[in-house]
Design a protein. Structure first.
Length: 77
């Protein structure tokens, strides 16, 4: 895989199709404790809405994701 001038990788078409990563889809890129770089497709807003059947559940899901993001950020520092 080659990086573009601005450091942007191109995800192979087969992997994009297999994981439902369409143009414009948001992904989360992070490093594991072992140093591997991981690209994870983020759930679409529609999937989030389906998972959040109530406002309270939606708020709880968002809080869990934010907590996980903070923990990942701390590990990478």
């Amino acid at each position: 895989m080659n990086l573009r001038q601005k450091g942007q990788p191109t995800i192979p078409k087969e992997l994009r199709g297999k994981h439902g990563i369409d143009p414009g889809r948001r992904v989360h890129i992070h490093e594991t404790e072992q140093g591997a770089i991981v690209v994870e497709p983020l759930p679409s807003l529609e999937a989030f809405r389906e998972a959040a059947t109530t406002a309270e559940r939606g708020t709880a899901i968002l809080g869990e994701e934010q907590k996980g993001d903070k923990q990942r950020s701390q590990r990478l520092k």
